[in-house]
Ligand binder design. Sequence first.
Ligand code: IPE
Ligand code: IPE
Ligand code: MG
Length: 251
Amino acid sequence: MTDPQIKLDDIPVHVAIIMDGNGRWAKKRFLPRLEGHRQGAKAVRRVVEFCRRSGIRYLTLYAFSTENWNRPEGEVSGLMKLLSQFLDSELNDLHKNDIRFRTIGETNRLPDTLVEKIDAAKSRTENNKSMNLNIALSYGGRSEIVRACCKIAQAFREGQMTLDDVDEKYFSSMLDTAGIPDPDLLIRTGGDIRVSNFLLWQLAYSELYFTNVLWPDFDDDVFSAAIQDYKSRQRRFGMVPEIKNSPWDEE
Ligand code: IPE
Ligand code: IPE
Ligand code: MG
């Protein structure tokens, strides 16, 4: 495996990942889907470590969508158990490495014991500064936007703000990702080319990278390839590229 040697000035500040393909990884090996999720948890450990080593400050991982609640009960409860085990086994290391842990999504729908563990992990790591790990759990971009609208309506009803206060910055501050910069790079594994209700607002100007690699197989080499590809992109944000001596330049 290659150790990432990435220049600090052009690496993405925030990488978001749709970790897809656990089920297919297991199916190919005639294993239960849950085994794919178990291997997927190992890949999570690898990407956190990769980001820590390469100076990527924010990592947001899509672990469970609002739509994933519609999966068979056994898979849902197995995933909840895995998430809980992940916190049990990783929290000390996350804290030791100065990583702040947060979640985005409708966490109130998660089992009480998991919510308690999440809350404890958030408060234990809230002053950590080196890196930020955000896990999207019971997360849907549409739900997040609707909940933000409700928060704004509530604040308006209570007279805490006026409609003139509502702009993109204010709206962003009402999202679950308040205070977190928008992702520079979105990676989706598993071969599908869609966003599946992930960070709909925040992805407005993210660079998108899709790979056929299934999530449990995602390693440092695949991650490095995504970063190299990102570094080759020209981000214009709707503006014109800076070309020296362009015939279009004004005198
Ligand atoms: C992603 O893997 C993990 C979750 C959505 C929880 P999948 O379980 O969607 O795997 P595939 O897409 O069926 O292979
Ligand atoms: C997206 O994967 C959600 C997560 C990775 C948590 P899905 O497997 O649920 O997405 P679709 O159904 O292929 O769009
Ligand atoms: Mg999938």
